[in-house]
Ligand binder design. Structure first.
Ligand code: BGC
Length: 375
């Protein structure tokens, strides 16, 4: 019986990963734009293959393109592998996410996959999962201060920052210059454990140039706490940058905008469009969101880090199958991600550099976007 289940699961998982490899469309399946529950019921015999096994998938918000893609990919792949899926979005509201997870537990989810809004605020729901022996996979963002987290699947977050930092060093040839370049930093949400990794990855490379005077941050805002953006909000990044531009760059060029992700980069790009007359700076980002990729093509954003959500979804589906079958779970990092209760065994996917020269191959040829989506 178990063998049969395993083979069905593996076939499903293989089919799902082949599907992904063929570059299926990842258009978001946002229904009516609402950020509320979209409980997915099992159709076409899905529950029979994996024996009525239910996977609860908790995503932070529908406001950002990537989470819609993550949710849709997970749902498609988990269903293809024969699971019933309960997919919920929490409107970036911690209490909503906690109640949704509690509902998933009460309605019989066998495994939980959670992308936390705030890594440290899921305590109660995690205790409940632990009590009921429900394994939890932290998705993309680590869940902090809980020993209920079984595994973590994400991209190499430190490397994301390093790719951004190295891009700046290479573009301006910082090792062979006696010029001084101005830079402003826009980082992510302090409640998201990833944000610190992105910032550290980039700043570990760039700080030596600040110390040497090759880079100058005119606002004086360098520490993470001073450059963080609550909830990764575009508007917050925009208004902060508008202030900095009018107070520090009315008569001077701003050469570099290190932005941790695309939603903050978009805010910075809006501020530049509204308030800045100097030479256009290098702007970094992450996610290859559609708006940002369009800006990249138009020369308003220099690069983004591409994290193929299809890869992460496939990895998590594989982990779910391995957990449910009592197999060894595929991890490739057992030292980096300590959530305060111990190191969580992790699988880190590779982030890739994207710019206007390679976006076609990465994003269109691979089927991530259609050409029309980027027009
Ligand atoms: C993710 C990024 C995303 C950010 C904002 C982070 O946890 O890793 O890909 O841009 O959250 O949603």
């Amino acid at each position: 019986m178990k063998k049969k289940l395993l083979s069905v699961l593996l076939t499903g998982a293989m089919a799902a990963s082949m599907f992904v490899g063929c570059g299926t469309s990842t258009a978001t399946t946002d229904n009516a734009g609402a950020d509320t529950a979209a409980t997915t019921t099992d159709d076409a015999g899905g529950s029979t293959a994996a024996g009525g096994t239910k996977v609860g998938v908790s995503m932070p918000t529908k406001d950002l393109q990537r989470w819609n893609q993550d949710g849709a990919n997970m749902q498609k792949e988990l269903e293809a592998a024969g699971y019933e899926v309960d997919l919920q979005y929490a409107s970036n509201d911690v209490q909503t996410q906690v109640s949704q997870i509690e509902n998933m537990i009460n309605s019989g989810s066998n495994v939980l996959v959670i992308a936390a809004i705030e890594g440290s605020s899921l305590g109660e729901a995690m205790d409940m999962a632990k009590e009921k022996n429900i394994p939890v996979i932290a998705y993309d963002r680590l869940i902090m201060n809980s020993d209920a987290v079984s595994y973590y699947a994400t991209f190499d977050n430190y490397k994301v920052g390093q790719v951004q930092g190295q891009y700046i060093i290479d573009q301006l040839d910082l090792d062979n210059t006696d010029k001084t370049f101005t830079m402003e930093i826009t980082a992510g949400d302090p409640g998201d454990n990833n944000a610190g990794f992105f910032y550290d990855g980039a700043m570990d490379l760039l700080k030596p140039y600040i110390e040497k005077g090759t880079i100058e941050v005119k606002s004086g805002q360098v520490d993470f706490a001073d450059v963080a953006t609550a909830a990764w909000a575009t508007e917050t990044a925009q208004s902060r940058m508008e202030n900095i531009l009018s107070s520090k760059y009315a008569n001077d060029d701003l050469n570099i905008c290190l932005c941790s992700n695309d939603s903050t980069a978009l805010g910075v790009e809006n501020a530049l469009a509204a308030n800045y007359k100097g030479e256009y700076p290098i702007v970094t980002g992450q996610d290859c969101d559609i708006e940002n990729t369009k800006n990249m093509i138009a020369g308003k954003q220099s690069m983004s880090v591409f994290k193929d959500t299809r890869t992460l979804a496939s990895q998590v589906v594989k982990m779910v199958g391995q957990i449910l079958n009592g197999e060894k779970v595929d991890v490739n990092d057992e030292k980096t991600y300590d959530n305060g209760k111990g190191v969580v065994p992790s699988f880190l996917c590779e982030p890739v550099f994207a710019d206007k020269d390679n976006y076609k191959e990465l994003l269109i040829d691979s089927g991530y976007y259609t050409e029309d989506q980027l027009k």
